[in-house]
Design a protein around this ligand. Structure first.
Ligand code: FES
Ligand SMILES: [Fe+2]
Length: 442
């Protein structure tokens, strides 16, 4: 393979020099995770050009409901109008630029800017200017702006609301088609009525690392038994001492290891990655404490499909959204080495409170501030970033499973469970978008 060293002067090389790809080679420069100008270019060419997840429809279910979110670094408000129409607005006052809505979520008839109290309707129209007609207000030639900038495209796929600033972006359905749509569907099908609802307030945290470490990690099938060794041991101890692993699908260490050798990963041309495994000990589900639930699903979706629905599935929906366990996860780039992650646990509609409670307890065991697993990943993201400061050999190796993955008819690539197929798909899409204008970083 090439052992070229790229110049540290970003303006002297094209972005695609950050990725080395050959028949048995796939390496990414650490610069792609750490350089400020790459970060800024990502905002322009990735976050503004692709679909970003902004809300689940249960968060904005009623007229007047809103939540704040981000598209890359840009703050937005997702609103449900009195006519139930969805709007995504840039959360920036047309007067002097203040963030108009400071709340995480709520219900309102209007937004009032905290600075000089200009007022906006829930669809973003500017409806009031304080002191407009005062003698020292605005004269007859004043050109009044329309209101907060609306994000060009907003689409709802099966309850997942995405927005894109580029009016020419492909339809959301096309963007998600294939493994991503199938994984979303399977997550929904865990509910006998095909619906989820977000529970409570999300958990929000930050880490000192690049956003792409989180995007890669959520579908990384390679790290679990190593990074989360402490959790594996704890789960074993808990299960051994209580005889109960709850509804956590990992079960004991030996079974977790077996589970991780099952299933496949899929990489899509839009950069999405899927990591999925059919249910372990599937037949036993029909004899366990939730047999009624599994029988109900089996009747509805068929036994073969249920084996996947009841299995383990994770998705990285390029660029900012993931699903894993019973949670939605959104990552927000703040700087090259600073990322915010918001975790939304969800409940399944149409199942017993006891089942949902079990899933939530299982979630808490691994994720969140008191969880035993997610903190391991956060620590690794920071270590990843710190390691990149050693720049003499700058290439990260993403070649695992390259020799035994296979292209599918729909254009996706399927790999074995711990294959970095998903990461290569992510980076190919990243490169396509970053070089879309065919010019060097400048
Ligand atoms: S900045 Fe919003 S009213 Fe002045
Ligand atoms: Fe992890």
């Amino acid at each position: 393979m090439k052992t070229q060293t790229i110049s540290w002067r970003v303006d002297e090389y094209p972005v695609d020099a950050l990725i080395q790809e050959g028949p048995a080679t796939f390496r990414v420069s650490g610069r792609a995770y750490s350089d400020q100008r790459i970060f800024e270019l990502e905002q322009e060419r990735i976050f503004q050009k692709t679909w970003n997840f902004v809300a689940h429809e249960s968060e904005v279910a009623k007229p007047g409901d809103f939540k704040t979110a981000h598209i890359g670094t840009q703050p937005v408000i997702v609103t449900r109008g009195q006519d139930m129409a969805l709007s995504v607005l840039l959360n920036r006052c047309v007067h002097r630029g203040a963030v108009v809505c400071r709340e995480r979520s709520g219900n309102t008839r209007a937004f009032v800017c905290p600075y000089h109290a200009w007022t906006y309707a829930t669809d973003g129209r500017l409806t009031g200017i304080t002191g407009r007609d005062d003698p020292n207000g605005y004269g007859p030639d004043f050109v009044q702006p329309q209101g907060m900038q609306r994000v060009a495209r907003v689409e709802n796929y099966r309850g997942f609301i995405f927005a894109c600033m580029d009016p020419g972006v492909v339809p959301l359905e096309q963007y998600l088609a294939g493994g991503a749509a199938q994984l979303l569907e399977r997550k929904l099908q865990q509910s006998p009525v095909g619906k989820i609802r977000l529970t409570g307030r999300p958990f929000v945290g930050t880490y000192e690392g690049n956003w792409k470490f989180q995007a890669e990690n959520i579908v990384d099938g390679y790290h679990f038994m190593y990074t989360h060794k402490a959790f594996v041991n704890l789960q074993q101890k808990y299960g051994d001492s209580t005889g109960d692993f709850g509804v956590h699908k990992g079960d004991n260490a030996a079974k977790m290891r077996l589970l991780r050798a099952r299933g496949n990963v899929l990489g899509s041309r839009f950069g999405h990655g899927i990591n999925q495994k059919p249910a372990a000990e599937f037949e036993q589900l029909f004899e366990g404490p939730h047999s009624e639930y599994y029988n109900q699903l089996s009747e509805k979706y068929g036994r073969d499909e249920l084996e996947w629905i009841a299995g383990v599935g994770a998705a990285c929906i390029f660029p900012n959204f993931g699903l894993i366990h019973n949670q939605l996860r959104v990552w927000r780039p703040i700087g090259p080495a600073m990322t915010e992650v918001t975790v939304y646990p969800y409940a399944l509609e149409g199942v017993s409170d006891e089942y949902n409670a079990g899933m939530l307890r299982s979630h808490e065991r691994f994720y969140g501030p008191a969880g035993y697993g997610a903190v391991d990943d956060i620590e690794v993201f920071a270590l990843n970033q710190q390691g990149l400061s050693a720049t003499q050999n700058d290439w990260l190796i993403l070649e695992r499973g390259m020799h035994n993955e296979k292209p599918l008819e729909n254009g996706e690539i399927e790999g074995l469970p711990s294959s970095e197929t998903v990461h290569r798909a992510f980076w190919r899409s990243w490169r396509d978008l970053m070089t879309a204008q065919g010019r060097a970083v400048q």
